[in-house]
Design a protein around this ligand. Structure first.
Ligand SMILES: CC(=O)N[C@@H](CCC[C@H](N)C(=O)O)C(=O)O
Length: 378
């Protein structure tokens, strides 16, 4: 099967982005594609809007897992593509369309080229929001087919096509969402002394939160607090009695995560006192860090360097989050960045990953899986 097939698959999937646990068309698209492959080689289990696909090996000694995330983002697309999203307000802006096309390319190769070991492909919902990895990992379906080793990749706008970047140990950060509601008293814009304005309290809170990273965290231990959304008020001449900020916390250590959370609680208490308002904090969803298993990662890195024409980059940790970290807590394995060079970042409405990377992803993983399987059958 040629790479063009998987480029087309990526373009088809690009047009139907769906949010976490609502990936109905995406799941159906993958199932329809799988139905074109020899059915005796495939065992398929649906899990919510995701899928597990197992390819039995000829003489299995282990099961090798490969995971692709499948959800899109609530972003209005601004690319120049003729195959833009048909779902207004939603976009594959984090490359999950590429991830799925590559996974289907690897899967298709092994349907036609059997290896000794069993393979498990995981099409995982909701990476961008509430996290599909943890419940998928706990599911009966997963546990009957649990792999012994697991891999995944993520596209990387900052690296050239033909490059692969990774490192042993932490690759992606710990994350926690952050939602804070502030309750004051609304009122007439001309009578501020009779109201309690949460626009001022929320603004002050956002600024104070920024001091945590610079003043409370060890400068050698990176952390991020980003407030991505702030909402107050209804119209310009009504004082807002409610303010809400929504953000995310990223840390490389769990100590920094708990330090940040306790500082946020203290600062929010200060805002309550200072502005005579009531506040609630909701920590939302947390992801654990992506911690690449050392031996497997070094073997993969050596193999890329010595057996492919691709460029291996030993990269630094990133403050991005990935619930693939939960798979790596239970199963040894690793994740890597796949270069797709584009000037726009992940989650940008204009991001156009270079499709040449699809071939790189498929070739790298098919050949490495074959190497891994042969190595242990000698
Ligand atoms: C690869 C990537 O961009 N992942 C997301 C996932 C984080 C979701 C999480 N619920 C949060 O925002 O805290 C990211 O934003 O890094």
């Amino acid at each position: 099967m040629s790479t063009e097939t998987f480029i087309q698959i990526r373009r088809d999937l690009h047009q139907i982005p769906e949010l976490g646990f609502a990936e109905y068309k995406t799941q159906q698209y993958i199932l329809t594609y799988l139905a074109t492959l020899p059915s005796e080689r495939l065992h398929i289990k649906k899990w919510k809007t995701g899928l597990f696909v197992r390819i039995p090996g000829t003489k299995p000694m282990k099961c090798i897992g490969y995971r692709a995330d499948i959800d899109g983002l609530p972003i209005t697309e601004e690319t120049t593509y003729p195959f833009r999203s048909k779902h207004e307000g939603y976009m594959h802006a984090c490359g999950h369309d590429m991830h799925m096309a590559i996974a289907l390319g690897i899967l298709t190769y092994f349907v036609h080229h059997p290896i000794s070991d069993d393979l498990l492909f995981i099409f995982q919902p909701a990476e961008e929001s509430t996290g599909g990895a943890l419940p998928m990992l706990k599911s009966k379906e997963f546990n009957t087919w649990k792999p012994d080793v697991i891999f995944a990749l993520h596209i990387a706008p900052e690296y050239p096509v033909g490059s692969i970047a990774t490192r042993p140990g932490i690759l992606f950060a710990n994350t926690s969402e952050l939602f804070i509601d502030l309750m004051g008293t609304s009122g007439h814009a001309a009578r501020p002394h009779l109201a309690n304005d949460m626009a001022i309290a929320a603004s002050e809170l956002v600024l104070q939160l920024q001091s945590i990273i610079s003043r409370n965290i060890d400068p050698l231990d990176s952390a991020v607090i980003t407030i991505g959304k702030m909402s107050v008020g209804t119209v310009q001449n009504i004082i807002s009695g409610h303010g809400r900020i929504e953000g995310t916390i990223r840390t490389l250590s769990l100590e920094s995560m708990s330090k940040i959370k306790s500082r946020i609680q203290e600062i929010v208490k200060g805002i309550e006192h200072g502005f005579a308002c009531q506040a609630t904090i909701d920590w939302g969803v947390s992801y654990c860090q992506v911690n690449n298993e050392k031996t497997i990662t070094l073997d993969f890195m050596n193999w890329v360097q010595n057996h492919t024409n691709y460029q291996l980059i030993e990269c630094r940790e990133a403050m991005t989050g990935e619930d693939f970290g939960y798979f790596l807590q239970e199963i040894p394995g690793m994740m890597f960045w796949l270069g797709v060079e584009t000037p726009y970042s992940l989650h940008h409405p204009k991001i156009e990953p270079q499709e040449g990377a699809i071939k790189v992803g498929i070739e790298t993983m098919t050949q490495y899986i074959e190497h891994m399987s042969n190595q242990h059958h000698m």
